[in-house]
Design a protein around this ligand. Structure first.
Ligand SMILES: NC(=O)c1ccc[n+]([C@@H]2O[C@H](COP(=O)([O-])OP(=O)(O)OC[C@H]3O[C@@H](n4cnc5c(N)ncnc54)[C@H](OP(=O)(O)O)[C@@H]3O)[C@@H](O)[C@H]2O)c1
Length: 225
């Protein structure tokens, strides 16, 4: 059975994804930072390894723990270190590089942000001022991952809310998409994308159908259930 290694599972989208995959009975490994409380994930059945995405050998240890056939690799990590380096870029680049170096890599999914890549020209001044630097760092990670893992999938959430799932999350390839989505719904979309090979090699905005806006008609990607 394919195992999934999640980077960023202590909180947010990554945690909900770990829960969903465990509920399906699938093996999940998560890398948490040194000292982080593994209890909530271990209670779900997740195997936890401690490490930092800035340390390639820590990523290898997590991927080795997951190895038992193919390994799907998911990263939701983001944030900035005290020295100014972005986990959004350097952490995700390290994860992509270590994943690409293996011969057991299955799917590679990077959770980035609305506004990445070809969406950049459609960002508002306010969005650029508030999170432009981190979104640009995520774009650089996407670009690097795409070069070394052509089948990589990029899921770019809109503004995240920590409210219960609505079940109304959609993926969209519209570069002008904006909106909001609940973290649990992003996790559900990632879990479904993992099962749908049509999502390989593509980038999607992830928004709630009822909290989405675009100047174009809203046409959800036909993601398998
Ligand atoms: N906030 C928004 O509205 C918004 C909108 C669009 C996209 N996004 C992006 O969507 C993704 C998911 O968001 P979220 O709010 O669910 O995530 P989150 O709760 O902020 O989780 C990010 C995880 O990354 C981990 N992490 C950060 N640096 C790391 C490192 N060097 N090594 C290992 N782990 C590291 C964090 O660990 P610790 O818990 O130890 O810090 C945390 O568990 C993030 O990339 C976020 O930037 C956010």
């Amino acid at each position: 059975m394919t195992a999934t290694a999640i980077f960023g599972a202590r909180t947010g989208v990554g945690f909900h994804l770990a829960r969903l995959l465990c509920e399906r009975g699938e093996p999940v490994v998560a890398m948490l930072r040194p000292g982080a409380d593994a209890g909530p994930l271990e209670a779900l059945g997740v195997r936890v390894v401690h490490g930092d995405a800035f340390a390639p050998e820590d990523i290898d240890a997590a991927l080795d723990l997951a190895a038992q056939g193919e390994v799907d690799v998911i990263s939701t990590i983001g944030g900035r270190r005290e020295d100014g380096r972005f986990a959004d870029e350097d952490g995700n680049v390290n994860i992509a590089e270590r994943a690409a170096a293996r011969n057991d890599l299955g799917r590679f999914v990077l959770v980035t942000s609305i506004g990445c890549g070809e969406m950049a020209p459609y960002r508002s001044e306010r969005a650029i001022a508030a999170f432009g630097a981190s979104v640009d760092a995520k774009t650089r990670a996407e670009n690097h991952a795409r070069r070394i893992i052509p089948s990589a999938t990029f899921i770019r959430p809109g503004g995240l809310r920590s409210e219960p799932a609505t079940g109304r999350g959609i993926l969209s390839e519209d570069a002008q998409m904006h909106g909001f989505i609940h973290r649990e719904d992003v996790a559900d979309l990632v879990a479904r994308a993992l099962r749908d090979p049509a999502t390989e090699g593509r980038a999607f905005a992830a928004v709630d159908a009822d909290q989405a806006r675009s100047i174009n008609p809203i046409e959800p990607f036909p993601l398998a259930r």
